[in-house]
Write a new protein. Structure first.
Length: 580
C-alpha cells in the first residue's frame, strides 16, 4: 500500500519545548540561544537530532564529525534545524570484553537521548559494527522519522601487491605466522597496509553488512552502503540525507512504516546475496523485536535458502568494498534480487517510494565483482540454521565462508570449557586433536563470555596448520567476526551458560553436522544427555552490580536477537513532563 504523507504544516513535538512565551519555553529556548541561534530558528521548523557515534576510540567512525557538518548543511538547506548529539560508541576493535555487550546499552542510552530531548527526526550517523544496529534499535523503539548515514568503508588495503582485507587478512596472516609461513617482521609490516584511510572495515564484514542491511531495509538512501569513506560522494550522501530527513518529518515517515516484515525479508535475502556477516542474524532479530515484528531464525533459513551469493568480496570472495562501489554497489544486488523475484518490490524506503523504483534501472559495471547467477560463489548463500539435540533453539552457519567437504561430517569432539581454556591448550602439540575432529567452545554466548564475543572462528591448532589444513568444524555459542571464514557453527542456543546442551558436551563425544538436513547432533543416548544436564552447574558467577549485572540478568538468547528482555518493543516518543 502506498505511503500517505501527513498534513503539513502541523505542530511538532519539539514545539513542546520551544513554542510560546511561558517561563519553561524561555528557559529551554534561552539556553539554546547561548549557542548563537537566531530567534526565528524556533519557529516550528523540524528539529533534527544527528546522533553521532564519533569517537577517537572508535577509529572506524573517527571521521563522522566532518560528515555531520554535511548532514547539517543538508538539514539547513531543507529548512530544518540540525542539532548534533553524541551517542554511545562501542568500537569493535577496542571495547572489552566485547562491543556486543554494549550494543543494548548503546541502544538504551540513544533511545532515551531521543525521547527525552526536543527532536522531531533523527539522522543516525554510524559505521562500526555495533553502532549501526544499536542506533537503529533505538530509532525503532522511539519511532520518530529516522534515516541512516554510514561512514563508508576504508580504501582497499594492499601488501606487496596483494589486496589486504580488514580482519580477513589479519586471521590469514596470524595463521601463517603460527604455521611458520610468515615472519613476525612481515606480519608487523603488513599492519599499516590494512588501514589506508578513514572508514570502516573494507571487507564484507559486519560493518559493511550492516550498512547493506540498513539500505536493504530501506532505512538509508539508495547507494549509501558502499561509497568509500573518503570519496566525495560520501559527503554528498550525507548532505542529501540531511535534506531528506526534513521532508520525512513533514511527511511523518517513521521506522515502523519502513521496517516491515517485507523489508526484513528483503534484508535477509540481501545478506545471502552479498555473503554478509552472521552477525546480521542477531542484529536483525533484535531490530525486528523493537518494532514488534515476529521475525525468527526460521525466517532466516527460509528466505535465504535459494539465494546465490553473487558479491565476490572477502571473506567469501576476492574483492573489497571499493570495487563493490565501482561495480554499482548494493542497488545492483537489489535489482538482481528483484529480477529473480526475490525482492518485495513494493517495500517502502526512506525515499517515500518503493525500493524497486530506486534500483530498477541500475547497471552492473563489473561482472567479476557482482557475479552472474551461474557464476555465484555458492547457489545457496543464505545463513543456514541447524537444529538438533545440541542446539534445540538453533545455531547458524554461513555456507559461503565454509568448506563444502565439511558440510556433512561426523567427528570426535575436542572441548574447550571457555576461551581461557582454549587459549591455554590450543598451541600445545600434545593436544589430542587432528583435522577430523570437531572443536567445541563453551561459555562464550550472551550471558557466558559475557557479551557473546567474536571468538567462534577459533584458530586451528598449529600442528594441524603445519599439515597445510586451513579449516575444521568449530562449534560454539559465540559469534564470529564478519570478516572471518571457515566451517563455523555459531550462536548455539540455548548457550552453555544458560544450561543448554552445549554445556555438557565432553571431549571424545561424537558430533554430527549435516548442513543439507539442517542437523546438529550430539551422538549420545537421550537418557545420558538428560542425566548430564540434570547434573550441570554454571561455571561462571553472575555479576551482582553495575551494567554487567543488568546485562547478564536480562539478556535473551542469540536465537531471538540477544536484546535485553525489557527493551523489546516500540515505546514511541511522547514529549513527557517538563521538570521546571
Ligand atoms: Fe569497526 Fe570493522 S572494526 S568497522
Amino acid at each position: 500500500m502506498a505511503f500517505k504523507p501527513a498534513e503539513w504544516p502541523r505542530k511538532l513535538r519539539s514545539q513542546d519545548w520551544y513554542e510560546g512565551a511561558s517561563r519553561d519555553t524561555i528557559y529551554h529556548r534561552g539556553w539554546m540561544k547561548n549557542q548563537g541561534y537566531p530567534h526565528d530558528m524556533f519557529d516550528g521548523r523540524p528539529i533534527i537530532g544527528i546522533l553521532n557515534t564519533w569517537s577517537d576510540l572508535t577509529p572506524c567512525n573517527g571521521h563522522l564529525r566532518e560528515l555531520a557538518e554535511k548532514v547539517k548543511t543538508g538539514i539547513l538547506e531543507a529548512g530544518g534545524f540540525p542539532v548534533e548529539v553524541p551517542a554511545f560508541s562501542a568500537s569493535e576493535n577496542t571495547f572489552r570484553p566485547t562491543a556486543m555487550m554494549f550494543r543494548n546499552l548503546a541502544a538504551m542510552a540513544t533511545e532515551e537521548a531521543i525521547r527525552g530531548q526536543p527532536m522531531d527526526g533523527c539522522v543516525l550517523l554510524v559505521g562500526c559494527d555495533k553502532t549501526t544496529p544499536s542506533l537503529m534499535m533505538a530509532a525503532a523503539s522511539c519511532d520518530l522519522p529516522s534515516i541512516v548515514v554510514t561512514g563508508g568503508p576504508m580504501l582497499n588495503g594492499y601488501f606487496r601487491g596483494e589486496r589486504v582485507g580488514s580482519g580477513t587478512h589479519l586471521w590469514k596472516f596470524s595463521e601463517a605466522v603460527k604455521a611458520g609461513e610468515m615472519s613476525q617482521e612481515d606480519f608487523l609490516e603488513a599492519e599499516a597496509s590494512m588501514s589506508r584511510s578513514t572508514g570502516t572495515c573494507n571487507t564484507m564484514g559486519t560493518a559493511s553488512t550492516m550498512a547493506s542491511m540498513a539500505e536493504a531495509l530501506g532505512m538509508s538512501l539508495s547507494g549509501n552502503a558502499a561509497i568509500p569513506a573518503v570519496d566525495s560522494r560520501r559527503r554528498v550522501m550525507a548532505q542529501m540525507s540531511g535534506r531528506r530527513i526534513v521532508q520525512m518529518v513533514k511527511d511523518d515517515l517513521k521506522p515502523s512504516d519502513v521496517m516491515t516484515k517485507q523489508a526484513f525479508e528483503n534484508a535477509i535475502r540481501t545478506n545471502a546475496a552479498i555473503g554478509g556477516s552472521t552477525n546480521a542474524v542477531v542484529h536483525l532479530l533484535a531490530m525486528a523485536g523493537r518494532v514488534g515484528l515476529d521475525l525468527t531464525l526460521d525466517d532466516w533459513d527460509r528466505c535465504g535458502r535459494d539465494v546465490p551469493t553473487i558479491v565476490n568480496l572477502m571473506p567469501s570472495g576476492k574483492y573489497l568494498m571499493e570495487e563493490f562501489f565501482y561495480a554499482g554497489g548494493l542497488p545492483v544486488v537489489l535489482k538482481r534480487l528483484g529480477d529473480a523475484e526475490l525482492l518485495h518490490k513494493d517495500a517502502l524506503t526512506v525515499s517515500g517510494g518503493p525500493i524497486w523504483d530506486e534500483v530498477k534501472d541500475v547497471q552492473n559495471h563489473n561482472e567479476d565483482v557482482i557475479l552472474p547467477a551461474d557464476k555465484a560463489l555458492t547457489q545457496s548463500g543464505g545463513i543456514v540454521v541447524v537444529r538438533g539435540n545440541l542446539a534445540p533453539n538453533g545455531a547458524v552457519l554461513k555456507p559461503s565462508a565454509a568448506t563444502p567437504a565439511l558440510m556433512q561430517h561426523k567427528g570426535r569432539a575436542v572441548v574447550f570449557e571457555d576461551i581461557d581454556d582454549y587459549k591455554a591448550r590450543i598451541n600445545d602439540d600434545a593436544l589430542d586433536i587432528d583435522e577430523t575432529c570437531i572443536m567445541v567452545l563453551k561459555n562464550c554466548g550472551p550471558k557466558g563470555y559475557p557479551g557473546m564475543a567474536e571468538v567462534g572462528n577459533m584458530g586451528l591448532p598449529p600442528k594441524v596448520l603445519r599439515k597445510g589444513i586451513t579449516d575444521m568444524i568449530r562449534i560454539s555459542d559465540a559469534r564470529m567476526s564478519g570478516t572471518a571464514y571457515g566451517t563455523v557453527v555459531l550462536h548455539t542456543s540455548p548457550e552453555a551458560a544458560a544450561g543448554g546442551p552445549l554445556a555438557v558436551v565432553r571431549s571424545g563425544d561424537m558430533i554430527e553436522l549435516d548442513v543439507a538436513n539442517r542437523r546438529l547432533h550430539l551422538d549420545i543416548p537421550d537418557a545420558e544427555l538428560a542425566e548430564r544436564l540434570a547434573a550441570w552447574t554454571p561455571m561462571h558467577e553472575v555479576a551482582t552490580s553495575g551494567y554487567l549485572m543488568l546485562h547478564q540478568t536480562h539478556v535473551e538468547g542469540a536465537d531471538t536477537g540477544a536484546d535485553l528482555d525489557f527493551l523489546k518493543g516500540c515505546r514511541g516518543a511522547p514529549v513527557g513532563k517538563d521538570s521546571h
